[in-house]
Design a binder for this molecule. Structure first.
Ligand SMILES: O=C(O)CCC(=O)C(=O)O
Length: 250
């Protein structure tokens, strides 16, 4: 439909990040949240600092996806919009084939990490329920604490807590796309806090693209339950028959 991604580029970041503040409507958000939260309990993996659903299934040990369609609710509304934006056009399967659904309660987050070589270097994240600050860290910078000792203990870890190089505010109903250099050359994470603070045009790099700047005028907000749908393209996909061969079946 000719949407110009350049109009939503996060220009303060290295090439490869885009932010659309009203990607899904409030009704669509309610429906998606209902779908996520009504999933049977075994669908959830309880991690120490968040809950996770993996659709259609977890990758094998060698980062291969067993071919299976994504559930309709994850793609019926969102899939056509990705197509209109053309964001997966250059990916091997021209569409996402894997979605990680994360749920964060206030005080929960995810350690700085990279998503790695299993995926085409593009993640499209739909945020639901509440805003959250997404932190970007230099991979090799001094702040990242290269050579951080694994035996450092809690005090040492706190003292050397890495400082994000960039901060992106993800509003509810928004889409964040990170790709290319943003995917390969940086780490990302979400702080384990109950309040996101120091918010403003100088610290939040997508400030000019926000839908509800007024809500953050005081410079902070209290975290609430936030859900993310992170769409990706797994590079290696195998059909069920091939997987049986892997497992020793003939
Ligand atoms: O919830 C998010 O926005 C980030 C999730 C994330 O970093 C991941 O799934 O690798």
């Amino acid at each position: 439909m000719g949407f110009d991604l350049d109009t939503v580029r996060v220009s303060a970041l290295p090439d490869g990040a885009f932010y659309i503040s009203d990607f899904v409507t409030e009704d669509e958000e309610d429906w998606l949240v209902q779908k996520v939260t009504s999933a049977p309990l075994p669908r959830w993996t309880q991690l120490s600092h968040r809950r996770l659903q993996t659709w259609p299934s977890a990758l094998t040990k060698n980062n291969t996806l067993l071919a299976s369609p994504l559930p309709t609710w994850l793609v019926s509304t969102i899939g056509p919009r990705f197509k209109d934006l053309g964001i997966f056009n250059d990916a091997p399967h021209q569409a996402p084939n894997h979605v990680l659904v994360n749920e964060y309660q206030p005080g929960q987050g995810i350690m700085p990490h990279e998503d790695g070589a299993a995926y085409y270097p593009l993640v499209a994240t739909v945020s639901l329920g509440a805003p959250i600050v997404f932190d970007i860290y230099e991979k090799y910078g001094p702040e990242q604490g290269q050579g951080q000792e694994s035996t450092g203990g809690a005090a040492a870890q706190t003292a050397r807590k890495p400082k994000p190089k960039y901060r992106i505010l993800q509003e509810r109903r928004s889409l964040l796309i990170t790709r290319g250099e943003m995917y390969t050359d940086f780490l990302h994470g979400i702080a384990e806090v109950t309040k996101d603070e120091e918010l403003g045009p100088d610290s939040i790099c997508n400030w000019n693209l926000l839908r509800e700047k007024e809500a953050y005028r005081g410079g902070w907000y209290e975290r609430k339950t936030r859900i993310s749908l992170t769409y990706r393209d797994v590079l290696h996909v195998t059909k069920a028959g091939n997987a049986m061969k892997f497992l020793g079946g003939r």
